[in-house]
Design a protein. Sequence first.
Lengths: 443, 443
Amino acid sequence: MKKILLLGAGRSATVLIDYLLANAPVYGWQISIGDVAVDHLASKLRQSAQVRTFTFDVQNEAQRNEEIGRADVVISMLPALFHPLVAQGCLRQGKHLVTASYVPPHIRELHEEAQAKGLTFLMECGLDPGIDHLSAMRLIHQIQRQGGNITSFKSFTGGLMAPESDNNPWHYKFTWNPRNVVLAGQGTAKYIENGTYKYIPYPQLFGRTESFQVDGFGDFDGYANRDSLSYREPYGLQHIPTMLRGTLRRPGYCQAWQVLVQLGLTDDSYTLEDSGRMTYRALVESFLPATHPGASLKERVAASVGLAPESEELRLVEWTGLFDEVPIGLENATPAQALERLLVQKWKLSPGDKDMIVMLHQFEYELNGARRKLTSSLVVLGDDEVHTAMAKTVGLPLGIATKLLLEGKLSATGVVVPLHPDLYEPILEELEQFGICFTEREQ
Amino acid sequence: MKKILLLGAGRSATVLIDYLLANAPVYGWQISIGDVAVDHLASKLRQSAQVRTFTFDVQNEAQRNEEIGRADVVISMLPALFHPLVAQGCLRQGKHLVTASYVPPHIRELHEEAQAKGLTFLMECGLDPGIDHLSAMRLIHQIQRQGGNITSFKSFTGGLMAPESDNNPWHYKFTWNPRNVVLAGQGTAKYIENGTYKYIPYPQLFGRTESFQVDGFGDFDGYANRDSLSYREPYGLQHIPTMLRGTLRRPGYCQAWQVLVQLGLTDDSYTLEDSGRMTYRALVESFLPATHPGASLKERVAASVGLAPESEELRLVEWTGLFDEVPIGLENATPAQALERLLVQKWKLSPGDKDMIVMLHQFEYELNGARRKLTSSLVVLGDDEVHTAMAKTVGLPLGIATKLLLEGKLSATGVVVPLHPDLYEPILEELEQFGICFTEREQ
């Protein structure tokens, strides 16, 4: 009887829990699920004798060690900052670890020790990072096996709304950490294009998008992620002339978000004076020069960013309520915190809303002297508010990888990222059974 | 015989040293001057028996303590980061301290201990901070004594070139730390205008200037400093509706600098890939989107910032050499470091160049029901490359304050900023003897 410890059972863990429950009787798993709050799991889990839930406090060292000590493999869906703590515990007690988060330096350092103990710390095995790696590596190896030389690889992912629930002018609602969405792109985006390193400063980022079409799902805009360069080496594309990773939004979003960035509303580096007594209208006013005294606030915002007041961008900005005399209601808020508080209300999921994950890979390569293009796209729709596309695409790769690990089908030890056939082949194959299928098109 | 220890004898200390030498015989001072390099002082100082120079290493604790121990007052012109070290030594051995730097938290903490020991740590007593405080406070107290209610105070300072040496299209050369000039304004400028807090994000800063005229010296543009709000309380202007502090440049500079900011050339937060093998032209290219493939680099830069290629801004940018195939010649450079390296060559003082300090205070106040305006301006010209306006305006207030301190004419103890009549009256009075005079104009 193999023992799985799942730490963290929030919204994006629902599908993973279902997967583990469904497989437990088949594979003889004993599952323990710990979270700060586990009451919401009660109804779902009553059916199964192979499951235990418990209130878990990651900061409680004794409990952490005891629970990790009982497990064969630990799946952590805790906030990423706790993963080094969990990894330390796994290393000490000789347990495998599976997460959907990027490898932080404190975990990278454990590689050799983990390897020496025959442990697998499988990281970046959710959606992004996760399915992006799996699907990209399958195509890269496929092209290379044919003798192709990849000259360009662009890859974009977005967590959006399914068309039936896409009913606000931004075509966006929060299905992920709102703070991360508000702060997205801060820093400088780095990529390489035709052999030239390219840098996009944050103030320009949302004005430098690329457009894409996905059959049956319409148009998307992609903006560059912060670091596309560091993926060249792990992907085996050290000398690729063009490589760009990015994030997808529906058309209109980036252009309007650019206005918020330019105004200064996404700044998280200082607190506003008297934010507790300020309205959103006054907040916007505080970013404007005291010119055009006769003009409306909307007209002055438009002038300050070089747009027409009746532009689509201004319509979207106005829709957020930023021009309204509504109190921010938050003491010592940064501009970004004030904006987040407003958007959390406006971009809230309604009952019945369904989300949508879109992933897009574009390759250009040379084969036998000819230039070719290959596009691979994935669209996953949520079933409902619980079985969201996000929960499916993050949870299923974690679940499948855990199964492979317990079945002894993964030979790699140490800190591992899923870039190799023994991971991407079985995981992508099983994901297809859940409707997570890429569509490829050669041009 | 009073003993003065001067630590730091770089370019801006020349006039201070002259002042101390001239006063030493009159007041019976013994002067010790320590710097990492003191050879350049040899010829100047041979004339005087009351002066000793020595090679000084601030990190050498034994030497630091020994030298401080011998002094009655320490003047530090070392880089500001060393001031807490020096202040600790002064506190331990019961010595007064005078500097031209802002009060850092580690010195602010020493206030009560210094006070208990009857010591004066006089900070911010150079030009900016320094003469700005002295002259502003004299006017504020003057207006308030008449019964005036100040409604607006704007204050700008600039270190520029004298008209006869103003011979490049930016109307600027480095007379101060180049790195600080390149990074100027990063963060968010905060001020208050008509009772409304105002924030200017860095990417907009150099596009939001105000114009000024100084009789006989033409036009200037001012951009806002990072923090104008924290001066309200020390100036006794807690409830002032408008307060802004800023920096002066000649017209054209800010508009062209805004192009460099928008491109991303002032970013100091990451290092460029392969900067050691990159030219300035390639650096500019790396910030541009791969659009308009037929257009020239200048045309594409212009398009990316929304200007005409033949605009004045682009002319200034081109003049710097940024469009030239000239190697950066610096490994692991940030964009800001690469830009600084270029500008250090272009904005270099030529033999005989004279600098110019301009300071401008604008007050609006109500007196007996009438609205009034008062402008006070200061222009100081350098005599030559050694006796620069910068060295005069930084060094003389330090020297005069040191004299007052040694004469027992300063009663304030603890950490002191020169905001009070017992400092501003004698210092401003003596500065006039050196041609440092403000011109006031009532409107």
